[in-house]
Design a protein around this ligand. Structure first.
Ligand code: NAD
Length: 285
């Protein structure tokens, strides 16, 4: 397939491009920042500008022109709270997402995979979850970054209703950890205090498994809007998950057992519908 990846210079974008290319896809990276290491075609585009998005998605010069763009993977964003003032995060993320969805509709690109976020699942867990394991049925936002992701999912639902042949997959990634960026180096430091990582109930996603989910999303034959939790099967902790939760939030309802160090995020929807199989546990790193 010919695939545009937005935010391809970022943490997840670089891994997603690597994985897509390794599986035979042609990829064009649209980003405001050039990639650290070249990974194929790159064009500098500000996604908050609708004209730039329309221009880029409809073809850039002869060099990067493809008769058909088959899919757009939209990862570009301010990727979390506190990185910019709240209103800037909200405005940039929601306008970029609208611009991508709207441009895809106008250009007849019906295959969209977009990075939503775990922050819709209860972040920052100042209080207990209603029950565990947590499924896609939970959708609530408490901070501006999460508001931008929530409204992105609502937009995706509306575009899917208006255009039933389209696919708009919203991948709710857990905290993305990249071993090559040293993200696993601090894990031992989290072990002594369960409070340090209670903000996402001790979950994570290895960047290579996140990239796998992106590719499976692009290649899947699903139509309509679907949201998926994307996380690794285990937690970031050595202690059993049940013991951690009981210490921090005693009395939470279990709708299913969560044995050993299993994650409190339920990824069975992604496993069943996408064939998602995370293989990069930090424990083997
Ligand atoms: N990092 C995480 O833990 C995490 C967790 C859940 C969801 N997500 C989501 O996954 C996606 C990727 O996150 P990441 O960690 O790779 O972030 P990142 O910051 O490493 O990469 C984001 C990229 O988007 C680009 N970008 C930002 N605004 C842009 C704009 N207006 N126009 C063009 N390019 C723009 C940046 O230059 C950057 O290269 C984001 O949508 C983020 O919200 C991230």
């Amino acid at each position: 397939m010919n695939i545009i990846v937005t935010g391809g210079s970022g943490k997840l974008g670089r891994a997603a491009i690597r994985d897509l290319q390794a599986h035979g896809h042609w990829v064009l990276n649209l980003d405001t920042a050039p990639p650290k290491d070249p990974q194929g075609p790159f064009t500098r585009v500000d996604l908050t500008d609708f004209g730039e998005v329309m221009g880029a998605l409809s073809g850039i010069d002869q060099q990067y022109r493809r008769d058909t763009i088959d899919a757009v993977v939209h990862l570009a964003a301010i990727p979390g709270p506190t990185q910019r003032p709240d209103h800037v995060t909200f405005a940039q993320n929601i306008v970029s997402t609208y611009n991508i969805f709207e441009a895809c509709v106008r250009l007849g690109i019906g295959n969209i995979v977009w990075a939503s976020s775990e922050t819709l699942l209860g972040y920052p867990f100042d209080g207990p979850p209603a029950s565990v394991p947590i499924t896609e049925a939970v959708r609530e936002s408490r901070v501006s970054y999460a508001h931008s992701k929530l409204l992105g999912e609502v937009l995706a639902e509306q575009y899917a209703r208006e255009h039933p042949a389209m696919k708009l997959l919203c991948l709710r990634f857990s905290n993305i950890l990249d071993p090559d960026a040293g993200d696993y180096d601090g894990l031992e430091g989290w072990q002594a205090d369960p409070q340090i990582r209670k903000w996402n109930l001790w979950t994570y996603i290895d960047v290579r498994d996140a990239a796998q989910a992106v590719r499976l999303g692009v290649e899947s034959e699903i139509t309509g809007m679907e949201a998926f939790i994307i996380a690794n099967e285990d937690s970031v902790m050595h202690r059993p998950s049940r013991e951690l939760l009981n210490e921090v939030f005693p009395g939470v309802l279990y709708t299913q057992d969560v044995p050993g160090t299993q994650s409190f995020y339920d990824t069975s929807k992604a496993r069943t519908l996408l064939g998602f199989t995370p293989t990069h546990s930090w424990r083997r790193h």
